[in-house]
Design a protein around this ligand. Structure first.
Ligand code: PLP
Length: 380
């Protein structure tokens, strides 16, 4: 049995087109700020990548700021809002830590916006919070992700945008997991800022981007040179950015193929549910590549280890960067406190084959049955 990688939401394998582009850019070298031929060539490569990345998210290329990844892109938006006067941040309870922790560290007051049991934002709660806005709180700022990283559940961003706009606020959208998996038109969505990350779409790690609309005021966080039109100082990661651009271009053409993978995911979900797993977030519209399941009494880390031993790589529902598993704040927000420590995330993508899902199902059922038999056996 060959190894099965179903952890694209953690990091997608690098696409061959991105690898080739990184290689070419590294060999070519050059600093995009240099005026000589090598510098101009590096700049041209980087600007081509800006156009490719912009096309993936429906944004004008001139509004794309390259960063070191999704975390920094989110931070640039949140910290810009706080620097321009936001005192109270409305943040969905299911945001990634990159958003939650940056908001908490910003010095502004953070208010978590609840989700329904299906994992989608409670729009009435958002509307009520915006109605009680006090001018002392500065301009309203709302952070709502497009797709959740653990469950894949799509959020009602366009609906939230109408409410935020009506209140004169700033809507930030973390689209790190949605990019390359569903079509994104950041302007039609009503996002004032929107973040994406290279390594989630088959580009290299260490590159990301933020697009900003006319109602957002970006405030630089890194000081130094005038790179990125003064919005982010520091010599750009040209090879990473160029690989990001190549991945974005292929991902855009491949959206339909990823969308068709929902069928494989749904088949696996049905087989696992029949064996005793509880699918989470399955009643809401989801990314086509993501499945979150829980098994009551079967801790997430044991599931991940058992699958790993069988050559199948997935994540615990909430794996922190340290690799330690804590109860998932996403599932807790969905009211699933009994299952929050027993959920795993299975996520496919561009390199996935239908048989990968079949092997995962087989391995999971074997592990689950073994675990259940061990629990039933009387202690010696
Ligand atoms: N936002 C979401 C929804 C994510 O899933 C992740 C990574 O897992 C991030 C942000 C952080 O992105 P990066 O790893 O590029 O910093």
């Amino acid at each position: 049995m060959s190894a099965v990688y179903l952890d694209h939401n953690a990091t997608a394998p690098i696409r061959p087109e991105a690898l080739a582009a990184v290689n070419t850019a590294l060999i070519a070298g050059g600093n995009p700020s240099s005026v000589h031929a090598a510098g101009r060539a590096a700049r041209a490569r980087m600007e081509q990548a800006r156009v490719q990345v912009a096309a993936l998210i429906g944004a004008p290329a001139s509004t794309v700021v390259f960063t070191s990844g999704g975390t920094e892109a989110n931070a640039l938006a949140i910290e810009s809002a706080v620097a321009s006067g936001a005192r109270r941040l409305l943040v969905s309870a299911i945001e990634h830590d990159a958003v939650l922790e940056t908001a908490r560290a910003s010095g502004a007051q953070v208010e978590l916006m609840p989700v329904h049991s299906d994992g989608r934002l409670d729009l009435e709660a958002l509307s009520a919070a915006l109605k009680t806005w006090n001018t002392a709180d500065g301009r309203p700022f709302v952070a709502l992700m497009l797709a959740n990283n653990e469950t894949g559940v799509l959020q009602p961003v366009a609906e939230a945008a109408v409410l935020v706009r009506g209140a004169g606020g700033w809507l930030h959208v973390d689209a790190v997991q949605a990019a390359g998996r569903i079509a994104i038109d950041s302007r039609a969505l009503g996002a004032d800022t929107l973040a994406i990350s290279s390594h989630k779409i088959g580009g290299p790690g260490g590159a990301g981007a933020l697009t900003f609309g006319p109602r957002a005021t970006l405030v630089r966080r890194l000081h130094g040179g005038g790179q990125e039109r003064g919005r982010r100082a520091g010599t750009e990661n040209v090879a990473g950015i160029v690989g990001f651009g190549a991945a974005a271009e292929v991902a855009l053409y491949a959206l339909e193929a990823v969308s068709a993978q929902a069928e494989w995911r749904d088949g696996a979900q049905a087989a696992l549910a029949a064996a005793g797993a509880v699918p989470l977030g399955a009643d809401a519209p989801r990314l086509p590549n993501t499945l979150c399941i829980a098994a009551p009494g079967f801790p997430a880390e044991l599931q991940v280890m058992a699958l790993d031993l069988a050559g199948v790589m997935v994540s615990a529902g909430s794996a922190c960067s340290s690799g330690k598993v804590k109860a998932s704040h996403v599932l807790l927000a969905m009211g699933q406190s009994d299952l929050a420590g027993a959920a795993i995330r299975i996520s496919g993508g561009w390199s996935t084959k239908p048989d990968d899902w079949n092997q995962m199902v087989e391995a999971w059922i074997t592990a689950y049955d073994r675990h259940a038999a061990r629990r039933r056996a009387p202690a010696a």
